[in-house]
Design a protein around this ligand. Structure first.
Ligand code: HEC
Length: 209
């Protein structure tokens, strides 16, 4: 068999010949090459940014900054909460309970390992009974949360949470009083007088914006 000479018009028929079978040099089109090289270049940049934590892409940092943005948005519509009985007592039912839910989540994440998921007490004291080590009145709770009790293993949360978050936690702790979770630890400290009753329609302060 002789090859049709028109097939090799551009001299692109390769030299070797295997049992009459010859190879035609048929290069991949330019667009294909571009795509090939482009995808390699893209993969290098992608790997640098997403796998080797390129600048600003550390997933932990990204999560923390997303969380902060979320909290800022969330707290944006809460005025600076004052440490006053009526503010503390009103928080659990305020805005359909959304602040109480948020405080509950903070409590589970940060406090439950020592105080129990329901405040029943583990190595930290029971927060649901009438006895307290450091608290005589409802407005004392904030200071314990803020400053902690270093010698006894209660962390100081002032470095970790902003004032409103600590107020939400204080209100949450106050609201645990009188609940009777199963497995509650024996009371520690001294009985505190009951929290004051909330005067109905008590002023809550006005939103800043
Ligand atoms: C690492 C363990 C630990 C964690 C976490 C912890 N606590 Fe405590 N907490 C303690 C201990 C221990 C005490 C008792 C301190 C003492 O005996 O003086 C305490 C005491 C308290 C008290 C005072 C109780 C009283 O009887 O006077 C409050 C209120 C409190 N914690 C709230 C919180 C809140 C809110 C959080 C989460 C933001 C939290 N704690 C997280 C260990 C912890």
């Amino acid at each position: 068999m002789t090859a049709d000479p028109s097939v090799n018009a551009g001299g692109r028929l390769l030299d070797h010949n295997y049992d009459g079978i010859q190879e035609y040099d048929n290069p991949t089109p330019g667009w294909w090459h571009l795509l090939f090289i482009g995808s390699i270049a893209f993969s290098l940049i992608y790997a640098a940014v997403y796998h080797f934590e390129g600048p600003g892409r550390d997933p932990h940092e990204a999560l923390a900054s997303d969380q902060n943005a979320y909290y800022e948005r969330l707290f944006g519509d809460l005025e600076e909460l004052k440490n006053e009985p009526q503010v503390l007592l009103a928080l659990p039912t305020r805005d359909g309970g959304k602040w109480q839910a948020l405080a509950g989540a903070l409590f589970i994440q940060n406090c439950a390992q020592c105080h129990g998921a329901k405040g029943e007490g583990l190595n930290g004291p029971n927060l649901t009974d009438d006895s307290y080590i450091h608290i005589k009145q409802i407005t004392d709770i904030l200071a314990v949360i803020t400053d902690g009790v270093g010698a006894k293993g209660m962390p100081a949360w002032g470095v970790r949470f902003n004032p409103n978050q600590r107020m939400l936690l204080a209100a949450y702790v106050a609201s645990l009083r009188g609940t009777t979770p199963p497995g509650a630890k024996a009371p520690e400290g001294d009985p505190a007088p009951p929290w004051p009753a909330v005067a109905s329609g008590a002023p809550l302060g006005t939103p800043v914006n």
